[in-house]
Design a protein around this ligand. Structure first.
Ligand SMILES: [Zn+2]
Ligand SMILES: [Zn+2]
Length: 157
C-alpha cells in the first residue's frame, strides 16, 4: 500500500502523511507521548493510522527498544520491589517521575520520538533511581498508547 495515494474512508478525499503533534495518553501513572506521530490526514481533518498494523508494530518495536534502569519484583502473592543494582527493598512510594525518550523507526515513515513518563523509585541504599518493574511499564504502555490515539481521534484499525 502506498500511503501517498490513500483515500479517506469517511469523506473519500485524498489523505497524506502528516505528523500529529502532542499526542499523549496515560494509564496507571505511566504517560506515553508522541511529539510528532506520523498519521494519515485528509483535507477535512479525518485521521487514521499509516496502516492498520501500525499500533501493533509500534508496540512490538517499543518493547525491544525501551531500556531504563529497573528494579525487580519478588514474591507472587505479596509483591515487593527491589533495587536492580544492589537488591535493597525499594520504598513504597515513588520519589517522582522521569521521562525516557526513544526514537522509533518503522517501515514507510521517518523515525519518530516516543516519550515515556514513568514513576521512579530511589534505592535507599545505593541511591539508584529506577522504575520498580520493567514488566509493569510494559503492561501499562498499551493502554496508555490507546488513550493517546483516542485523544488524537485516530480510530482503531
Ligand atoms: Zn476525510
Ligand atoms: Zn540499590
Amino acid at each position: 500500500m502506498n500511503a501517498a495515494t490513500a483515500t479517506c474512508r469517511r469523506c473519500k478525499s485524498e489523505m497524506h502523511l502528516e505528523p500529529l503533534s502532542g499526542v499523549t495518553g496515560d494509564d496507571g501513572g505511566i504517560t506515553v507521548s508522541f511529539p510528532r506521530l506520523p498519521a494519515l490526514v485528509c483535507g477535512q481533518g479525518h485521521r487514521r493510522f499509516v496502516r492498520p498494523e501500525f499500533p501493533v508494530q509500534l508496540l512490538k518495536r517499543l518493547s525491544s527498544t525501551v531500556q531504563m534502569p529497573a528494579g525487580e519484583a519478588r514474591g507472587v502473592v505479596f509483591k515487593s520491589y527491589h533495587c536492580g543494582s544492589c537488591g535493597t527493598k525499594l520504598a513504597g512510594a515513588a520519589a517522582g517521575s522521569k521521562t525516557f525518550e526513544f526514537d522509533v523507526g518503522l517501515e514507510g515513515v521517518d523515525p519518530f520520538r516516543v516519550a515515556l513518563m514513568v514513576p521512579v523509585y530511589t534505592c535507599p541504599s545505593c541511591g539508584r533511581e529506577q522504575v520498580r518493574s520493567l514488566a509493569e511499564v510494559a503492561d501499562r504502555t498499551p493502554a496508555a498508547m490507546a488513550r493517546a490515539f483516542q485523544s488524537a481521534e485516530i480510530p482503531p484499525g
